[in-house]
Design a protein around this ligand. Structure first.
Ligand SMILES: Nc1nc(=O)c2c([nH]1)NC[C@@H]1CN(c3ccc(C(=O)N[C@@H](CCC(=O)O)C(=O)O)cc3)C=[N+]21
Length: 286
């Protein structure tokens, strides 16, 4: 038996087509067209590639894009000035600050300075607070992409036992909050570097979300046969990109979202969805 593919690449393409229609409707309504800003500091090749991908996605869906690149030695003040500028720019309806920022910068202070209404990543402290409260907010893109992918392939979520591996702010921490809402109703175990008996926790799970950034961490012997397994890890090695899920896991899993082609493209599609939704909220708010 081999696992069914959770095809993030194809699903993200479907979502982009749906969003392009919604953007066209916004234009008919005479509202302001959505515009996504990106703030990139430094010249990490991975970060550059992601940001370039986001601008290509925008062009495809009809979202304008605004790009602000700063040198690796930019000061806190220079980055915050760009944040202030995008907060004030009416053409920028949503934006992201590409993470990680260089170590000399205070990323939390930068995120907190954003206008929460323009936070396309859902990572502003006010929006993370809303996620805890369960009130309306832009949702973090990767967790939202994972839920959307599971829904479209009809992987049962309600009542499922989910094991999340990794407690990062962009994936591990928020996905537990999302999946335990009443509308999803999963039971979530959050594992991390302090977890004792990781294999035992993973083996209990109907759904495994691997977001640790540890190549090949999840092996086939750890999995419950038939489990849905989503690879969110990306490590750059001399052999190319390597995920957190060992390739042999596909022999045991029921569903697999691979890296590449799984959660990554969904993350990008959800960023676009957050921008379009913010623009729709603006259109009805006037
Ligand atoms: N403020 C902020 N928001 C983010 O959402 C954010 C971030 N910072 N910093 C970095 C991580 C990483 N991330 C990815 C998005 C798409 C792919 C993606 O599309 N991956 C392709 C392959 C990519 C490749 O070939 O390099 C795939 O999995 O098929 C990967 C990684 C968003 N992040």
């Amino acid at each position: 038996m081999t696992a069914q593919l959770l095809d993030g690449k194809a699903t993200a393409a479907d979502i982009r087509r749906e969003l392009a229609e919604r953007v066209a409707k916004l234009a008919v309504g005479g509202g302001r067209p959505p515009g996504l800003g990106t703030v990139l500091v430094g010249d990490d090749p991975g970060s550059r590639a992601y940001v370039a991908g986001k601008h290509r996605d925008c062009a495809q869906v009809g979202i304008a894009s605004i790009r602000r690149d700063l040198p690796a030695d930019a000061t806190q003040r220079q980055v915050e000035d760009v944040v202030d500028e995008l907060n004030a720019d009416p053409a920028c309806t949503g934006y992201i600050v590409q993470l990680p920022l260089p170590a000399h910068l205070d990323a939390n202070a930068v995120l907190a300075r954003m206008d929460p209404a323009k936070d396309a990543d859902g990572l502003h402290p006010v929006n993370l607070g809303r996620l805890v409260l369960g009130t309306e907010a832009p949702l973090p893109c990767t967790p939202r992409g994972i839920v959307e992918l599971l829904r479209r392939y009809e992987v049962p979520i309600a009542g499922a036992r989910v094991c999340v591996v990794g407690r990062g702010i962009t994936v591990g921490r928020p996905i537990g909050l999302l999946l335990t809402r009443r509308s999803e109703n999963a039971t979530v175990t959050l594992c991390h570097t302090g977890t004792k008996g990781l294999a035992w926790h993973v083996r209990e799970a109907d759904i495994v979300v691997a977001a640790a950034g540890s190549p090949g961490l999840i092996t086939k012997d750890m999995l419950r046969p038939g489990a849905a397994v989503l690879d969110v890890g990306i490590t750059r090695t001399e052999h190319g990109l390597v995920g957190d899920i060992h390739p042999e896991a596909a022999q045991v899993a029921g569903w697999i979202a691979p890296m590449p082609g799984g959660v990554g493209p969904m993350t990008r599609a959800m960023l676009l969805a957050n921008v379009v939704e913010a623009a729709e909220r603006n259109a009805t708010a006037v």
